[in-house]
Design a binder for this molecule. Structure first.
Ligand code: CP
Length: 310
C-alpha cells in the first residue's frame, strides 16, 4: 500500500482489509510499552488537514504519527490563507510542495479527499468526507469486533439510526459485508437511504426486528449538522423508538456488544448507562483507533516494521 491513497472501504478488497487489521494488532503492543515510540517513520512528515471539527480522528492520527516518530503537522484552517480566499486546491498543492509523506483530509463535502488526491503527489487518507465514507472509523470498528468476537465472518451486525447521512454507516456496510458478516440497518424511513438493499444489507423500521439475535449493535449519532429538518418529529420520539437502552438491548444476543463512533448524544441514541458500561466498547474503539491509524501510516508511508526497532 506504500504511496497509495485510502479514500474509502468500497474500493478495498478483503485481503487488504485483513492486512490492515493484522498490522494494527501488531501495532497495539507499542501502545503498552513504557516508551510508546519507535523510529519507523523518522524523517517522514504527516499533515493533518481537517476542515471539519474532530476529536478522535485528528488526535489519534497525531498520536499514531508521533508513536512512529513522524513529524506531524496539524494544519490550522482558521489561521491559514484560506481565510484570505486561497482555494482549497491551491492550499492542498501548496502543502504538497513541502513534500509531506501522507496527508490526512476531513471535509464536510463528499468527494473532497478524492479531489485533493487527484492533484497531490503525497498519498491521501480520507478522515471522513460528508455523508460519503469514513474508512478509518470502519477499520477500527472491524478491529474492535474481531478482537471482541474472535471473528467477523458469520456475525450479525445491526447499525441503528441516521443511515442516510452517515459516512460511518456506509464504510461499515462495505467493510463488514466484505468480511462475511450479515449487516442490518434500522431507523425511521426518512433516515434510511433509498434502495439501501443494493449495498447488500436488510433495512428495518422496527428496532426489535433489527436487533433480533444480533452479535453487534452499532448506534449512530444523530447528525444535526447534516439534517435539513423534518427528518423526525422530535428528539424525544426518536429516542423512545430508536434510542438504545438495556431494555431494548434484550432483543439482541445476550453477549451482544454495543458500539458508537462518537461523539455520543447521551440520552438520544444511547442511554447514559450504556454509554458508560459494558457491553459498550466505545472506549476500546477509541483506543484501537490509534493502533489502526499507526498501521495505515506504516503501510502507506512506512519502511521497516517497528518490531525490529527499539
Ligand atoms: N468518530 C469520529 O470521527 O469522531 P471525531 O469526529 O471526534 O473524529
Amino acid at each position: 500500500m506504500i504511496g497509495q491513497d485510502l479514500l474509502g472501504i468500497e474500493s478495498l478488497d478483503r485481503e487488504r482489509i485483513e492486512l490492515i487489521l493484522e498490522t494494527a494488532e501488531k501495532m497495539q503492543e507499542i501502545g503498552t510499552r513504557d516508551v510508546k515510540k519507535v523510529p519507523t517513520l523518522r524523517g517522514r512528515t504527516v499533515v493533518n488537514l481537517f476542515f471539519e471539527p474532530s476529536t478522535r480522528t485528528q488526535t489519534s492520527f497525531e498520536i499514531a504519527g508521533k508513536r512512529l516518530a513522524a513529524d506531524v503537522v496539524n494544519f490550522s484552517v482558521s489561521s491559514s490563507s484560506l481565510s484570505k480566499a486561497e482555494s482549497l486546491l491551491d492550499t492542498a498543492k501548496t502543502l504538497d510542495a513541502m513534500d509531506p509523506d501522507a496527508v490526512i483530509v476531513r471535509h464536510k463535502v463528499a468527494g473532497v479527499p478524492q479531489r485533493i488526491a487527484d492533484v497531490l503527489d503525497a498519498p491521501v487518507i480520507n478522515a471522513g468526507d460528508g455523508a460519503h465514507e469514513h474508512p478509518t472509523q470502519a477499520l477500527l470498528d472491524m478491529l474492535t469486533v474481531y478482537q471482541e468476537k474472535g471473528r467477523i465472518e458469520g456475525l450479525s451486525v445491526a447499525i441503528i439510526g441516521d443511515i442516510a447521512h452517515s459516512r460511518v454507516a456506509r464504510s461499515n456496510i462495505y467493510g463488514f459485508t466484505r468480511l462475511g458478516a450479515e449487516v442490518r440497518v434500522a431507523g425511521p424511513p426518512t433516515m434510511l437511504p433509498p434502495q439501501v438493499d443494493v449495498l447488500g444489507v436488510k433495512a428495518y423500521t422496527s428496532l426489535r426486528e433489527a436487533l433480533d439475535g444480533v452479535d453487534v449493535v452499532m448506534a449512530l449519532r444523530i447528525q444535526n449538522e447534516r439534517l435539513g429538518g423534518g427528518i423526525f418529529p422530535s428528539v424525544r420520539e426518536y429516542s423512545s423508538t430508536f434510542g438504545l437502552d438495556r431494555a431494548k438491548l434484550r432483543f439482541a444476543r445476550p453477549d451482544a456488544i454495543v458500539m458508537h463512533p462518537g461523539p455520543v448524544n447521551r440520552g438520544v441514541e444511547l442511554s447514559h448507562d450504556l454509554a458508560d458500561h459494558r457491553p459498550s466498547v466505545i472506549l476500546d474503539q477509541v483506543r484501537n483507533g490509534v493502533a489502526l491509524r499507526m498501521a495505515l501510516l506504516y503501510l502507506i508511508a512506512g519502511r521497516d516494521f517497528p518490531q525490529d526497532q527499539e
